[in-house]
Design a protein around this ligand. Structure first.
Ligand code: KG4
Ligand code: ZN
Length: 332
């Protein structure tokens, strides 16, 4: 079964052709980093317009790369939300038109659940059940995954998402966009113990994340000592200390969720899962505890449409179809 996936929820226009929810025949991603860099974050209106320019060439690119024409497709899957409304609408409109003209079934996919399916596009997919940690620019969610279509939310961030914290702290440190990549590069030469930053915990909600206090602590440190911004070594120390606090917070809760659910498998995905320090820390914990860790390669962790096609395959098989008057959603 060949599925075309379409993704346009934020600042990446992506399309992919995936066979049987497992084999990636093509995956094309057009990023918009340079468009938003000057603003230090994604400008929704600009993102939507760029999606409009890119979407048809990206879809055609995915078909060409897979060596198929539209007629070979068995179904289509599109990200329905959460994301930027103006951006989602572009992918949705194209997916509907293709499904209508080709007379193929269409399904809508939850972006964060799709991130989890990236783990099934590797040589060694996880068995069920498992805990999944999805760390993206807009969300930090922990799930108990019992099956492809049975995902229970265990915890989320009560304020900023982990990726958002990376992006905001990068801005405070006057680094470029996207922030995660820049902080990771700078942190490589810094001392993670140089600054003592908070690791907020909510005792009555142990699986709830909170990152806004951490961002504020970095801002307070910079206000107290503005010379940090002129001193590359101090800047690297602060970046490394911040990164360490995020990594610790993510790792601690992921293992708590494993203990609470009794699961021995962990999937970590989403843009922040591309962070090398996080991957290293997760791998260390996995070795120590014997928990099986599933970390998709970097290109599948960040936004792509192969993960959308993978989840779409299971939804289509289950008969979860999208009607042609379906809307997109921004939250959820
Ligand atoms: O999943 P994703 O590609 O898009 C969303 O669905 O949001 O995640 C983007 C987020 C951004 O906040 C970006 O700063 C962060 O992932 N990110 C990273 C790294 N690469 C991307 N954060 C930390 N380290 C990285 N290497
Ligand atoms: Zn994402």
């Amino acid at each position: 079964m060949l599925i075309l996936g379409i993704e346009s929820s934020c600042d990446e226009t992506a399309a992919a052709v995936v066979a049987d929810g497992r084999r990636v025949l093509s995956s094309v991603v057009a990023t918009q980093f340079e468009l938003h860099a000057a603003y230090g974050g994604v400008v929704p209106e600009l993102a939507a317009r760029r999606h409009l320019e890119n979407i048809l060439p990206v879809v055609q690119g995915a078909l060409d790369q897979a060596g198929v024409t539209q007629n070979y497709l068995d179904g289509l899957a599109v990200t329905q939300g959460p994301g930027l409304i103006g951006a989602l609408v572009i992918g949705m409109a194209v997916a509907k038109v293709l499904a209508y003209t080709l007379k193929r079934p269409l399904t809508g996919v939850h972006h964060l659940q799709a991130h989890i399916l990236a783990a099934f596009l590797t040589e060694t997919p996880p068995g069920f059940p498992f805990v999944a940690l999805v760390v993206s620019g807009g969300h930090t969610n922990l799930y108990l995954v019992r099956d492809f279509l049975d995902m229970q939310l265990l915890g989320r961030s009560r304020d900023d998402a982990a990726g958002e914290a990376f992006d905001k702290v990068a801005k405070l440190l006057r680094l470029g966009y996207p922030g995660g990549v820049q902080i990771e590069a700078l942190a490589g030469s810094g001392n993670p113990e140089a600054y003592h930053l908070p690791r907020p915990r909510i005792p009555e909600e142990p699986l709830t994340f909170s990152f806004s206090g951490l961002k504020t602590a970095v801002a307070v440190q910079l206000k107290k000592d503005p010379r940090i911004l002129e001193d590359p070594a101090a800047q690297a120390d602060l970046a490394a200390s911040f990164q360490e606090a995020v990594v610790e917070s993510l790792t601690r809760r992921a293992w708590l969720a494993l203990t609470q659910t009794g699961c021995r498998r962990l999937v970590v995905s989403g843009g922040v899962a591309a962070n090398r320090r996080l991957r290293q820390c997760l791998q260390g914990h996995s070795r120590e505890t014997g928990v099986q860790l599933f970390l998709p390669p970097l290109s599948l962790c960040t936004d792509n449409a192969a993960m959308v096609a993978a989840l779409g395959y299971h939804r289509l098989r289950a008969g979860e179809l999208l009607s042609l008057d379906a809307d997109v959603f921004s939250r959820g």
